[in-house]
Design a protein around this ligand. Structure first.
Ligand SMILES: CC(C)(COP(=O)(O)OP(=O)(O)OC[C@H]1O[C@@H](n2cnc3c(N)ncnc32)[C@H](O)[C@@H]1OP(=O)(O)O)[C@@H](O)C(=O)NCCC(=O)NCCS
Length: 242
């Protein structure tokens, strides 16, 4: 019988700096594989987070790097983002991201008591993990308005979309955990389970409607098909044929 893989998840420190490059490489190649955008991070930035004790790193029992996430603060510490969540492909779908997120969530609250925790994501897995922690979907206006945070999006392939929407919307879904007024974790998680199909569809439709303004007509059907919205593609084709 296959043995369940065990991980150690710890607060990163200076001794982990050699892993910064592999972490950055994995972030980039995972984003490419998903065809989504990310705010790019340099190995030096990741090293700094490690030295400051503002990151969480996971290893297998054999010392193989397995996952990572770090803390960023905005609006003078009023807002905290747990960013750059990444799990090495061979260790995915075993609950590791969930455990890393829980650890960095606790660390964030310890380092910045009272701060609002938020995140931007295109991934359903991250939405699920965040909901389990008590995060709720919000509009972009409820996030930090710190220029430095939004400047981080400049390296994302979708930056043009964000700016064309005056920073009010983009491909990512915004989620927030406000320690002063948040639903009990169980309730937020239950809401997500009940609405997950709706969220998935909403994300696809939102991403499609943001994209279509930027695309030439001939690319539109292909994108619709990729998003699984084939009925909409057929409808559009029929409409164009008339
Ligand atoms: C997203 C990512 C971190 C998830 O890591 P993971 O260790 O596989 O996640 P977990 O096993 O902890 O899964 C957490 C939950 O999400 C669900 N999930 C995992 N991958 C999923 C996917 N691709 N689609 C939908 N749900 C998914 C799991 O079923 C689990 O739900 P459960 O609690 O009901 O069982 C990992 O796939 C990754 O590193 N991807 C590339 C980088 C990335 O997308 N980072 C997020 C940037 S915002």
């Amino acid at each position: 019988m296959e043995q369940e893989q065990k991980f150690t998840i710890q607060i990163a420190n200076a001794s982990h700096q050699d892993f910064a490059q592999i972490i950055c490489d994995e972030m980039e190649s995972s984003a490419k594989a998903r065809g989504t955008g990310i705010a790019k991070r340099s190995p030096d930035y990741i090293k700094e987070k490690m030295r400051e004790g503002k990151a969480v790193i996971a290893f297998t029992e054999d010392g193989i790097w397995a996952g990572f996430c770090y803390i960023e603060t905005w609006s003078h510490g009023e807002y905290v983002a747990n960013s750059g969540l990444i799990v090495a492909p061979s260790f995915r779908k075993s609950g590791l991201a969930k455990n890393i997120k829980r650890k960095i969530f606790d660390l964030s609250q310890k380092l910045y008591p009272g701060a609002k925790l938020f995140g931007l994501t295109t991934g359903l897995a991250v939405m699920k993990i965040n909901s389990d922690l008590g995060y709720e979907p919000v509009t972009y206006s409820e996030l930090t308005q710190d220029e430095a945070f939004w400047a981080g999006c400049k390296s994302c392939v979708n930056y043009e979309i964000l700016m064309s929407k005056e920073r009010k919307n983009c491909m990512c879904t915004a989620m927030l955990y406000d320690p002063k007024e948040h639903k009990p974790k169980e309730e937020a998680a239950k809401d997500f389970v009940q609405r997950s199909k709706l969220y998935e569809r909403f994300m696809k439709i939102k991403q499609w409607s943001l994209l279509k303004n930027l695309l030439r007509k001939e690319k539109v059907d292909m994108i619709l098909a990729e998003l699984g919205l084939t009925k909409l593609a057929k409808f559009k084709k029929e409409k164009l044929a008339k």
